[in-house]
Design a protein around this ligand. Structure first.
Ligand SMILES: NC(=O)C1=CN([C@@H]2O[C@H](COP(=O)(O)OP(=O)(O)OC[C@H]3O[C@@H](n4cnc5c(N)ncnc54)[C@H](OP(=O)(O)O)[C@@H]3O)[C@@H](O)[C@H]2O)C=CC1
Ligand SMILES: O=C1O[C@H](COP(=O)(O)O)[C@@H](O)[C@H](O)[C@H]1O
Length: 494
C-alpha cells in the first residue's frame, strides 16, 4: 500500500474511452467527487483519451447531466475541469500513444510521478490499448496501474487469453480488475458481519444453514442495448461476476489477515470447492412484453430491434451452486438475477434450518439473516418472539439495522468512488485477482456452452413480474422456504 509521502508526487489519471457512456455517466462524475472531497493526491491531473475529436469543454458538457455540483462548489468545479486535458487518438497507433505520453509528461514535475490508466473501452481494443500503454506510456519512476472493466473474456479460453496477454505486459500488482459490486457498502460489510461477530461465526455452516439465496433484480430491460447484451446474456453480465463474488465472501473461510492477498487466497480456495454448474441446477428466462404495461414495459426482449430474431439469450437466470467442503457440503447457494422484473433489489438471504424438537405446534418459521445491498442498505435478522401481552403466541419479527435510521448523517460513497480511490492508495482487496477469474470461468463455462449449443429455450416471464413462474418451484427444491407470513412494519421515523 502507498504511504502518505507518495501522495505528494504528481499523479495522472488517464481515462481511455473518454468519449463513451461509462466515462460520462460514471467515471468523470466519480473523479469529480473524489477531487471535490480532497481525497486524491494534491497534484493530480486528468487526461481523457478517445478517437473522437473534442475539447475538454465538450466533454464537460456531455457529463453535465450526470454530475452533481452542490451550491458553493462552483469554484472547485472550475478547478477540477482546469485540471483536465483531452487528446484524440487511435487505440492501435503507437504514435498516438507517444503523443499521449508527451501530454502526461507535461504535468509531471519532479523525478517520481505516478500514472493510473482506466480502460473504459470495448474488449475489442483491449489488447491494442494495453500494448500501447506498455510501449509508450509507462511511468519512468513511479508506478503505473491499469484499471480494467469487465467483460474479462466470455469463457475460460478467452479469459485465459486476456489474462496471459496482461501478464506479459504488467505485474499482477499493477492490474486492478473492477467488479463494482466489491465497492458496495454492504458487500464490503460481509467480512465484518461474519468475522467480527461471535454470534454468527459458530452457526455459519451446514449444521445450521438450510440455503443461501443471493438475488439481483432490475426493473428495466435492455433499453435498446440488446444487441450488446445479446452477446453476453444475464449469466455473464451479473451472475458469473457480481453474484459469485458475493458468494465467495459469504462462503470463504476466515483469512489469515486483512491483507488483500490473504483474502483473495481464501476466495479462490472456496471457489475451487465448487464443481461446474450442471444443467439440472439452472433455470433461464427471457422477458416478454406486458400488454397492460406502460412504455418500455410493453416490449419484450425480442422486440428490441438490436436483438437477433429468435435469440435464446437469458435475461433471467437462477442457478444452484454446491460447495463441496466440510463447512458447506449439501447447502445450496442459489444465485438469481434478472432484468425487467418487478423491482430493483440486490440482497443475500441466509436461511437457517427449522428448529429441531418443536414445542410450538409447528408455528415457528425459519430465521433468516437478510443483507440488503440495495436499495437502502440494511441488515435484518428475521426471528420468532412471543407476541407482546398476555397471550403466549409466537410472532415473526426482526432485529433490524436499517442504515438510513441508524446512520442518519453517514454519507455512503458510491462503489466507483471507493474503488478508484483504492487504486490511488494501492489497495487491491476489492479487486479481482486472475486466479479468482479463472475459477469463476471454470464454474460457468460448461453451462454457458451447453445452453448455447443446445439452444435451450428460456422460460418466458412478463416484464414487471417476479420472473418465470417455475423459479419459485426451484427455490423450494433447493430448501429455500418462503412462508409468505412475515409482515414488516416500517418504523415511522424511517
Ligand atoms: N430494515 C429494513 O429496511 C427492513 C425492510 N423489510 C422489508 O419488508 C419487506 C418484507 O421483508 P422480506 O424479508 O422481504 O420478507 P418476506 O419473507 O415477506 O419475503 C418477501 C420476498 O419473498 C419473495 N417471494 C414472494 N413470493 C415468493 C414465493 N412464492 N416463493 C419464494 N419467494 C417469494 C419476494 O422476493 P422475490 O421477488 O425477490 O423473490 C418478496 O419480496 C421487504 O420489502 C423488506 O425490504 C423488512 C425488514 C427490515
Ligand atoms: O455490471 C452490471 O451492473 C449493472 C447493475 O449495477 P448496479 O450497481 O446498478 O446494481 C447492470 O445494470 C448491468 O447490466 C451490468 O453489466
Amino acid at each position: 500500500m502507498e504511504n502518505k509521502a507518495d501522495f505528494d508526487y504528481p499523479h495522472t489519471f488517464i481515462l481511455l474511452g473518454a468519449s463513451g457512456d461509462l466515462a460520462k455517466k460514471k467515471i468523470y462524475p466519480t473523479i469529480w467527487y473524489l477531487y471535490r472531497d480532497n481525497v486524491l493526491p494534491k497534484n493530480t491531473k486528468f487526461v481523457g483519451y478517445a478517437r473522437t475529436s473534442q475539447t475538454v469543454s465538450e466533454v464537460r458538457d456531455k457529463c453535465k447531466k450526470y454530475i452533481k455540483v452542490r451550491p458553493g462548489e462552483e469554484d472547485k468545479y472550475e478547478e477540477f475541469w482546469a485540471a483536465n486535458d483531452y487528446l484524440a487518438g487511435a487505440y492501435d497507433k503507437r504514435i498516438d500513444f507517444e503523443k499521449l505520453n508527451q501530454l502526461i509528461c507535461k504535468n509531471e514535475k519532479g523525478i517520481v510521478a505516478n500514472r493510473i490508466f482506466y480502460l473504459a473501452v470495448p474488449p475489442t481494443v483491449f489488447e491494442d490499448v494495453t500494448v500501447n500503454i506498455k510501449n509508450s506510456c509507462i511511468a519512468i519512476k513511479g508506478y503505473t496501474r491499469v484499471i480494467i472493466e469487465k467483460p474479462f473474456g466470455r469463457d475460460d479460453v478467452s479469459s485465459d487469453k486476456l489474462s496471459n496477454h496482461l501478464a506479459n505486459l504488467f505485474k499482477e500488482e499493477q492490474i486492478y480488475r473492477i467488479d463494482h459490486y466489491l465497492g458496495k457498502e454492504m458487500v464490503q460489510n460481509l467480512m465484518t458481519i461474519r468475522f467480527a461477530n461471535q454470534i454468527f461465526c459458530p452457526s455459519w455452516n451446514r449444521s445450521n444453514i438450510a440455503s443461501v439465496l443471493i438475488s439481483f433484480k432490475e426493473p428495466f430491460g435492455t433499453e435498446g442495448r440488446g444487441g450488446y447484451f445479446d452477446d453476453f446474456g444475464m449469466i455473464r453480465d451479473v451472475m458469473q461476476n457480481h453474484l459469485l463474488q458475493i458468494l465467495s465472501l459469504i462462503a470463504m473461510e476466515k483469512p489469515v489477515s486483512l491483507h488483500p492477498n490473504d483474502i483473495r487466497d481464501e476466495k479462490v480456495k472456496v471457489l475451487r470447492h465448487i464443481p461446474a454448474i450442471e444443467m439440472k441446477d439452472i433455470l433461464v428466462g427471457q422477458y416478454v412484453g406486458n400488454p397492460n404495461g406502460n412504455g418500455e414495459e410493453k416490449l419484450g426482449y425480442l422486440d428490441d430491434p438490436t436483438v437477433p430474431k429468435g435469440s435464446v439469450t437469458p435475461t433471467y437466470a437462477l442457478a444452484a451452486l454446491w460447495i463441496n467442503n466440510a463447512r458447506w457440503e449439501g447447502v445450496p447457494f442459489i444465485l438469481r438475477c434478472g432484468k425487467a422484473l418487478n423491482e430493483r433489489k440486490a440482497e443475500v438471504r441466509i436461511q437457517y434450518k427449522d428448529v429441531p424438537g418443536d414445542i410450538f405446534g409447528g408455528n415457528t418459521k425459519r430465521n433468516e439473516l437478510v443483507i440488503r445491498v440495495q436499495p437502502g442498505e440494511a441488515l435484518y435478522l428475521k426471528m420468532m418472539s412471543k407476541s407482546p401481552g398476555m397471550k403466549f403466541d409466537l410472532v415473526e419479527t426482526e432485529l433490524d439495522l436499517t442504515y438510513s435510521m441508524r446512520y442518519r448523517e453517514a454519507d455512503v460513497p458510491d462503489a466507483y468512488e471507493r474503488l478508484i480511490l483504492d487504486v490511488f492508495t494501492g489497495t487491491q482487496m476489492h479487486f479481482v485477482r486472475s486466479d479468482e477469474l479463472k475459477e469463476a470461468w471454470r464454474i460457468f463455462t460448461p453451462i454457458l456452452q451447453q445452453l448455447e449449443e443446445n439452444h435451450v429455450q428460456p422460460h418466458p416471464y412478463v416484464f414487471g413480474s417476479r420472473g418465470p413462474a417455475a423459479a419459485d418451484g426451484k427455490l423450494a427444491e433447493y430448501n429455500f422456504k418462503y412462508s409468505g407470513s412475515y409482515k414488516w412494519q416500517k418504523p415511522s421515523i424511517c
